[in-house]
Design a protein around this ligand. Sequence first.
Ligand code: ASC
Length: 128
Amino acid sequence: QFAKPADAVEYRQGAFTVMQHHFGQVAGMAAGKIPFDAKVAAESAVVAEYVGKLPFAAFGPGTNKGDTKAKASIWTNKAKFDDYASNMQVEMTKLTAAANTGNLDAIKVAVNAAGGTCKSCHDDFKSK
Ligand code: ASC
């Protein structure tokens, strides 16, 4: 599906960049760093949710090369990595649901849960 490993790395990094931007919009509102706009929050949440589905097809065998912070343990502990990915996707779906209510308190709860899934995977599977 990718012509060479560097293409897979670039693809997944691009997807994470887009996810991070849109999650960051909602998280920034939850933290009071960005003015709360319910419409923007809802639109950003659904993009983060969708784009969060994309990177994992680009962690195929042989893509632990080149300009990547992905730890080799992703490929030796794939079941755990896949669990983390799945947990993130579940929480991103909840974040969209929370954002669609327009209730900032609900968004804060969902941002914390989703952010926790980002962090636990980074702690275990991403180099500094
Ligand atoms: C973000 C981002 C992450 C998570 C994490 C949450 O916005 O880029 O990796 O939230 O910081 O703890």
